[in-house]
Design a protein around this ligand. Structure first.
Ligand SMILES: O=C(CO)COP(=O)(O)O
Ligand SMILES: O=C[C@H](O)COP(=O)(O)O
Ligand SMILES: [Zn+2]
Ligand SMILES: [Zn+2]
Length: 359
């Protein structure tokens, strides 16, 4: 099956009221494990590659890997998406290498550290959307800066994250500005800021409404019912994976992520794409640690990677089911990018139309 665009996939998810997990990948084993879960649950999937993943694996490897996954799993619609693109060149080179969708993250400047102003964000996102849509690729924009409402800081450990202290006006997306942003940029999906951040250390306690601002999502969805919302930093950092790591020699300080129930609530309020990287990393690394501790003489990488893949498959299976994506893959017929390009050119996919249709 040809790769699906983000726009077609999220339109389907909105029509049927489910959310699609977007799992970050860097290597073959992650791809195999995620697709095994997608295939078993009959769920469509978004595979996303960060700039870090692209330089780790190489664009040619990533493209052929994902094409191989598509060939091996002909019933699963797969979207290949650039995670946190930092400029036009990153987004265009992704499309050139077979990505069907890109995120232009104009909430930060090209260095992915300095918070950008609104006019910069609108201009760069609109420019990427115009170019991407011309060839039928989809665009995710971001309004608001990811970071913790407890500390006012973004996670330091990741490739993209603001430096310095952020105030509440930056950390929470303004619903009225969101309307203006979507209309002016024509992005297909909107990443919002509601107190989540990348990495394992999101919250110092079980989050409540003070530090995980789900009401912001609700307010945006009320004003933009036809816009697909994206939650970044959506790993749940489950206790069982913290225990798996720490029971096997790890030293992760106690931490809390985004409870899956909150994501389910978000999906009822228009969240259609749910970004998960940290949980996948923890699943695999936890099993690496367990094997290393239980069998210190082991040196065959497959003996580490097979249980790591099984742990990742189990995690993904759970998310496909709980987000409601299970059972939908076989109902989707992929629209080629050239056809999507024609629909953009005809104005059929303009945000105004989408909003009007949904109203
Ligand atoms: O948002 C993400 C990638 O863009 C991943 O978030 P996590 O670190 O919570 O998995
Ligand atoms: O956006 C954040 C993702 O978790 C990707 O992280 P990375 O840049 O380390 O690949
Ligand atoms: Zn992100
Ligand atoms: Zn359908």
């Amino acid at each position: 099956m040809a790769l699906i665009t983000l726009r077609q996939l999220l339109d389907h998810a909105a029509e049927h009221g489910y959310g699609v997990p977007a799992f970050n990948i860097n290597n073959m084993e992650q791809g195999l494990a995620i697709l095994r879960a997608a295939s078993e649950t009959d769920a469509p999937v978004i595979l996303q590659a960060s700039r870090g993943a692209r330089s780790y694996a190489g664009d040619i490897m990533l493209r052929h890997m994902v094409q191989a996954l598509a060939e091996m799993n002909p019933t699963v619609p797969i979207c290949l998406h650039q995670d946190h693109g930092n400029n036009l060149a990153t987004c265009m080179s992704a499309i050139r290498h077979g990505f069907t969708s890109v995120m232009m993250d104009g909430s930060l400047h090209e260095d992915m550290k300095t918070p950008a102003d609104y006019d910069y964000n609108v201009a760069v996102t609109a420019r990427v959307a115009e170019a991407a849509h011309a060839v039928g690729a989809s665009v995710e924009g971001e309004l608001g800066v990811l970071g913790s409402l407890e500390t006012g800081e973004a996670a330091a450990e990741d490739g993209s994250g603001a430096e310095g202290k952020l105030d509440e006006s930056q950390l929470l997306t303004d619903p009225d500005q969101a309307v203006d942003f979507v209309m002016r940029t024509k992005c297909d999906a909107l990443a919002i800021a509601c107190g989540t951040s990348h990495g394992a250390y999101k919250f110092t306690r079980q989050p409540d409404g003070d530090i995980l601002a789900m009401h912001v999502i609700e307010a945006i969805h009320q004003r933009l019912p036809g816009t697909h919302l994206v939650m970044h930093g959506s790993s749940s950092v489950p206790q069982y994976l913290q225990d798996l790591i720490n029971d096997n020699g790890g030293e992760m300080p106690q931490t809390w992520g985004v409870p899956v129930e909150e994501i389910e609530r978000g999906i009822r309020m228009g969240v259609r794409k749910v970004n998960i990287d940290t949980d996948c990393r923890m699943a695999m690394a936890g099993q690496f640690r367990r094997i290393a501790r239980e069998n210190p003489a082991e040196f065959d990488p497959r003996k580490f990677l097979i249980p790591a893949m099984e742990e990742l498959t189990a995690l993904c299976r759970d998310r496909f089911q709980r987000f409601g994506a299970a059972g939908h893959a076989s109902r989707i017929r992929v629209i080629p990018m050239d056809e999507m390009a024609k629909r953009y050119a005809a104005g059929a996919l303009n945000p105004a139309n989408a909003a009007a249709k949904a109203a």
